[in-house]
Structure formats: structure tokens, C-alpha cells
Design a protein around this ligand. Structure first.
Ligand code: ZN
Ligand code: ZN
Length: 410
């Protein structure tokens, strides 16, 4: 058994080599919390060892963020500082890699004036628009990875002391990113190849529809004619392969906005805005959610569906085998980076432009014409189980088994 420090070093190596795949002479922009300093420093060391010309760290201090929300003047939240925008854009222009190390803390802004939070989200959205466009178009390599901190850990492991919860959460993260396998980089290469094989198979089949069957689920999802399945590694504008999320277990595409019919039941609780929605069932007619029921959190589910008209339609269909390591852990992480990789899922709300052939260069209107849903929201919810069967229905009516008993049919 290797020591915690050795594990952390292997993790840092994986983030640099497989996550963003740092190239010689490249700059690296890291964002992470001050409490993660041991990991952040290891990431910087590994990046320099891989030939990085410069590593810049944007430190996050959640306690200071909270103090600012409590005490700073109102106007601080309505304007995103120009120098922050300029700094971010300078790294985008330099073709830097971006590493974001997250440790979700759903309670961080509990009790803060929602107006201040909303104002800041709007201001930072505008200030970082260029950066976000560059990320969405994969202009440069980027990755989002997780670190265990006490606030998150005690949510995942309630009843444990914070120290014990953090230790358990690190173990869960390390297992989810395949760090316990002999050579993690090789394990990722094999995992990536396996996911791309599924992507290629699905794209070759050109299914018109998917038909889901499970207890509480009988759902038909039509796919746009120009749908594209994607998954695992992406390629940036310089041809460098990178892994935008670690862990990642899904292959996914966009549903046809008006082509979803039947009903589907959730198989894991959905954590939304700090609240849990559990045991819910959605009924669809021509793409639209026409009925919703839930054993818990129905009012929160209704609020989500009322975000805008697009929140009544689906934007993503993702396939994840029930055998995946995160599914086997049986943990609820209260975080999409992990929870969406535990199970087959759908997303309420906006679809991704890159799930349509040539979509990255199309307007939202052109994408809508091809059947891609648009909304201000995108929320994944889990529907997979060991009892789920999925058939693909081809253009000629041929039915092909895609999933049997929760796993790939072949
Ligand atoms: Zn997904
Ligand atoms: Zn999603």
C-alpha cells in the first residue's frame, strides 16, 4: 500500500499527463483552493517536469469568498474586474492548459442574499465569456478534477468525523480515477480506447431511436439525424488529446427535442441547488415533460422544470454501464462530475452543440432547427440500473440490443 503522499503524487501526474496533457513550452493555469496546496504544488512540479514554461495558480479561499459576500459593497458584485478578464484572456491567447481542481461545498453560500449571488454570476459570466467560449470549443486543453475537503467529505460520508470522511473521500476519488491500477496512465489509455470504440460503433449505427425498458421506465428517445456520440478524450485546436473530466465513464449524444415519448423513473437522488429530489418519474409527450411526480422534493423538481420552456425538454442522453467503478462504490457524491458517471442518465435542459455534426460553428437557431434543445439550465439525472435494457432502432426498423441488464449488450 503506498502512502497518501505517493498517491497524491500519482494523481498529480495523471492530471498533468492525461488530464491536460501538458506540452513542452506550454503555460499552465491552475485554479484550486488554498487547502489543496499540497496537491496544487505537486501538479505544478509535474507540469514543470513535463516541460511547462510557466505555471500560474489562481488560489481560491472559500472563507474569504464568504466574507466578501457578507460584507463587501453591493457594486462589487455587479462588475467583474477588467484585470481579471484580461488575465484569463492572456492565458487563453497564449494557448495555456487549464486545470480546475474542485471540491464542491453546496453550503458555502447558505444564507447569502441571492441577489448578490445572481449579480455576481451575471457579471462573471460576461467577464469570462471569451474564456468559456474557448473552453467549449476545445481551443486549448482543459480538465476538471476533484480534491477531497472536509465540507464535501462529511456530506458524502455523514456520521464520520471530518478527518475520517476526508480520508474515505480521497480513497473514493483515487478509485474513481483508476489510480489504484498498476499503471494509471495505461489504464486510462485502455479505458479511453474502450469508450471511443463504443462512440464509433454508435456513430456507425446511426440509430433513429433508443428504446429504454426498466421497472418504472418505458421511454423512446428519437435522435437528430445529424447526432454525434462523443465520450472520453477530446482534441484541442493544436491536435493535442486531453481528458476534460476525470473521472469520465459516459458516451453521450443529444436527443431530438420533440422526439421523446413515454415515461422514465430516476434511480438515484438528484442533488439540485443544495436540495434532494428523490424517487421521481417524468412523463413525456412529443419531447415535452407533461407530468412529474416525486417521493421527495417535488416542489424543487417543479421549480427546475419551470426555469424556462427548454427545461421541459431533454438535452442529453448518456450511456454508462452499471459495472462502472463509481456505480460499484454505491456512494452519492452530490456532484455531477462523479454522480453522472455512475449510471445511464438524461439531462433536463440545454443540449451541446458538439453533439450535432458541424454544430460547434452553428448558431443556436440553426441547431434548434436540427432538433437541439436550448435552455438556461442543464441538469443530469440518473435512470440506469442492473435491470435496464436499451434497444437501438435503425432507419430500416432493425432493432439492435445496446444495453442488457444495465451493461453494454456486447
Ligand atoms: Zn452526462
Ligand atoms: Zn450533462
Amino acid at each position: 500500500m503506498s502512502s497518501f503522499h505517493e498517491q497524491l503524487e500519482r494523481y498529480a501526474d495523471l492530471i498533468v499527463k492525461v488530464g491536460v496533457n501538458v506540452q513542452g513550452g506550454q503555460q499552465v493555469f491552475v485554479s484550486g483552493a488554498v487547502e489543496m496546496a499540497p496537491l496544487v504544488r505537486l501538479v505544478a512540479a509535474k507540469a514543470y517536469a513535463a516541460g511547462a514554461s510557466n505555471v500560474h495558480v489562481d488560489w481560491i479561499d472559500e472563507a474569504l469568498s464568504r466574507l466578501k459576500y457578507e460584507h463587501a459593497a453591493d457594486e462589487v458584485f455587479t462588475v467583474y474586474p477588467e484585470w481579471e478578464t484580461a488575465k484569463r484572456n492572456a492565458f487563453v491567447d497564449a494557448g495555456a492548459s487549464f486545470i480546475s481542481i474542485v471540491s464542491p461545498n453546496p453550503d458555502l453560500l447558505k444564507g447569502i442574499d441571492p441577489q448578490r449571488i445572481g449579480n455576481f454570476q451575471k457579471a462573471s459570466g460576461a467577464g469570462l465569456a471569451n474564456f468559456r467560449r474557448a473552453v467549449q470549443a476545445n481551443k486549448m486543453s482543459w480538465t476538471v478534477v476533484a480534491a477531497a475537503m472536509p465540507d464535501w467529505a462529511v456530506k458524502v460520508f455523514p456520521g464520520e468525523t471530518p478527518d475520517e470522511a476526508v480520508r474515505k473521500l480521497w480513497d473514493a476519488i483515487f478509485a474513481a480515477v483508476r489510480l489504484n491500477e498498476g499503471n494509471p496512465a495505461e489504464a486510462w489509455a485502455a479505458h479511453n480506447a474502450a469508450l471511443h470504440k463504443k462512440v464509433d460503433w454508435l456513430n456507425g449505427k446511426r440509430f433513429r431511436k433508443l428504446h429504454y425498458r426498466a421497472p418504472g421506465t418505458d421511454l423512446t428517445v428519437e435522435l437528430p439525424e445529424k447526432h454525434l456520440w462523443v465520450g472520453a478524450s477530446s482534441v484541442d485546436s493544436k491536435g493535442v488529446s486531453f481528458m476534460a473530466n476525470m473521472p469520465t465513464e459516459e458516451v453521450f449524444t443529444a436527443p431530438l427535442r420533440g422526439g421523446v415519448n413515454g415515461y422514465v423513473s430516476s434511480t438515484k437522488p438528484l442533488s439540485y441547488g443544495g436540495n434532494l429530489i428523490d424517487g421521481f418519474k417524468l412523463t413525456f409527450e412529443e419531447g415535452r415533460i407533461v407530468a412529474a411526480e416525486a417521493q421527495a422534493g417535488l416542489d424543487i423538481l417543479q421549480r427546475l422544470l419551470d426555469t424556462d420552456e427548454g427545461a421541459r425538454y431533454l438535452g442529453e442522453v448518456a450511456l454508462v454501464p452499471h459495472r462502472s467503478p463509481i456505480s460499484q462504490s454505491n456512494l452519492l457524491f452530490y456532484n455531477t462530475l462523479f454522480d453522472e458517471n455512475a449510471s445511464n442518465h438524461l439531462a433536463i435542459g440545454s443540449g451541446y452543440a458538439f453533439n450535432i455534426e458541424g454544430g460547434k460553428d452553428m448558431s443556436r437557431e440553426a441547431l434548434a432547427e436540427l432538433g437541439l434543445n436550448n435552455s438556461a439550465t442543464h441538469v443530469d439525472f440518473m435512470i440506469g440500473s442492473a435491470e435496464m435494457d436499451i434497444d437501438g432502432i435503425a432507419g430500416n426498423g432493425e432493432t439492435v440490443p445496446v444495453f442488457r441488464k444495465g451493461n453494454w449488450a456486447e
